[in-house]
Design a protein around this ligand. Structure first.
Ligand code: NAP
Length: 266
């Protein structure tokens, strides 16, 4: 087993939507000092430029990777081999790999790189240090490294088996988009009941913020629902209408099943 490094730069490979969110969160919380951060990106990214201004290195000569304690893979699943391949000879023996990619098994990354790998499935709210991140690795050191990088920016949920990462991708990584889509549908329904587009959108977004405040407490989702839905009231009527048809459960199940299927086909 290759011993892991406990100090040295953190390399981020890919600074797209998720990579940028991760850098934002690290800068915001100080989880990774800018002087410890190396960003590899083919095109200029505003967040990478912000990090550079604070002391991060963007696309330095590849010899800089030799001292890296960890490389975070944040490119699209289809291009990780092409992106990582040329870097492997430059990585130090102790560099660990952390992948935030959907659908790429840790064993493939370890086989390609000869290094331990952890998988992390975060939401983009890591940018505001309010994300959630599922973590899995068979290697305790790699799992620990993933915790160190993501605990400051997310609620880290340890998974028992790698097979669960695909479900976590659906229920965490993708789910904010499912919830936004539902909120949009609520706003559209509000317009159908006579609200202006602007009022419906502001009210629905406000409802999402209010719901978010609820889950910041320790109360269960059932308790949060019960707090709003008094017997015989308007909320109860709406909830009953949703559960009578089973459409909500069907929509949630189809979205999660389709996302899991897609993750498995990547
Ligand atoms: N977005 C999410 O909410 C989310 C959530 C959980 C997991 N993920 C995972 O995160 C990964 C990235 O997703 P994304 O949404 O951030 O995609 P994205 O916005 O397309 O970002 C991918 C980035 O990789 C960069 N890239 C391509 N080739 C590269 C190379 N050779 N070296 C360095 N960087 C390279 C691209 O650079 P250019 O822009 O210059 O082309 C792009 O900015 C995916 O594997 C996805 O499964 C995403």
């Amino acid at each position: 087993m290759i011993p892991s490094a406990t100090s040295g730069p953190v390399v981020l490979l890919g600074c797209g939507r998720l990579g940028s969110a991760i850098v934002e969160g690290w800068l915001k919380t100080g989880a990774v000092a800018p002087s410890d951060l190396i960003i590899l990106t083919p095109s200029e990214k505003p967040v990478a430029e912000q990090a550079r201004a604070l002391g991060a290195r963007v696309n330095p000569p590849l010899e800089a990777l030799e001292a890296a304690r960890v490389l975070v893979l944040a490119v699209k699943p289809a291009m990780w081999r092409a992106a990582l391949g040329p870097l492997i000879v430059h990585l130090g023996r102790r560099t660990q790999l952390v992948s935030v990619m959907a659908g790429v098994p840790a064993a493939d990354i370890t086989a390609a790189s000869g290094r331990p790998a952890a998988r992390v499935m975060p939401t983009t709210a890591v940018a505001q240090a309010r994300g959630v991140a599922a973590v899995w690795s068979s290697e305790p050191q790699a799992r620990e490294t993933a915790h160190a990088l993501f605990s400051p920016v997310a609620d880290v949920v340890d998974l028992d088996a790698e097979a669960q990462v695909d479900a976590a991708t659906a229920v965490a990584g993708s789910a904010p988009a499912f919830i936004y889509a539902f909120v949009q549908a609520l706003a559209d329904a509000g317009q159908g009941e006579g609200l202006s587009a602007e009022a419906a959108s502001r009210l629905a977004r406000g409802a999402l913020r209010s719901a978010g405040a609820g889950v910041e407490t320790d109360e269960t989702l059932d308790a949060l629902i019960a707090r709003i839905a008094s017997p015989g009231g308007t909320t109860r009527a709406g909830l009953d209408a949703m559960s009578d048809t089973g459409e909500l459960e069907r929509a949630a199940t189809s979205a999660v099943t389709a996302a899991v299927r897609r993750a498995r086909s990547l």
